[in-house]
Design a protein around this ligand. Sequence first.
Ligand SMILES: [Zn+2]
Length: 154
Amino acid sequence: MKKMPFTTLLIVALLIGVITLLVFSNQKRSLLKFMQEADTIQYKCSVSRASIPNKTLLENNEQVRKFLGDFKLVSKEACKCAHMDMLIFHKGKESLMVSICDHCFDIIVTPAQNGQHSVVEHYKMPDKLYQRFKAFQVDWESQQQNADNNSTNF
Ligand SMILES: [Zn+2]
């Protein structure tokens, strides 16, 4: 076998690099597209607070788009922080889980199954988006408390 010239190797390496980059930016784009086209967003608290069941936070695509605003996926390193809040984007029968905190937006690309760990992509949580989320959460929790108070007054 003839030895491959250095330039050929360089071109092959470059091509692999470009393809990897394209695959990643393509996945990012399709993840964002999925979220923007979602019909509903469900909120889930991963710590059991008995009075707070899973809740549909946003009920239609118009609300979802307003909520996301000009949100863009900006990659970051994984943190070791503990998350309590999960957003589940639903579009038709498909769904996408995102674990969030005030600075993380971690998309669970493949949920854990058959003893395999989940595959997670780590993105930055923009301040504006987190503030919108908190506003919904506070609003909903106060509604929930009112409902609880009413139900104890028989
Ligand atoms: Zn975090």
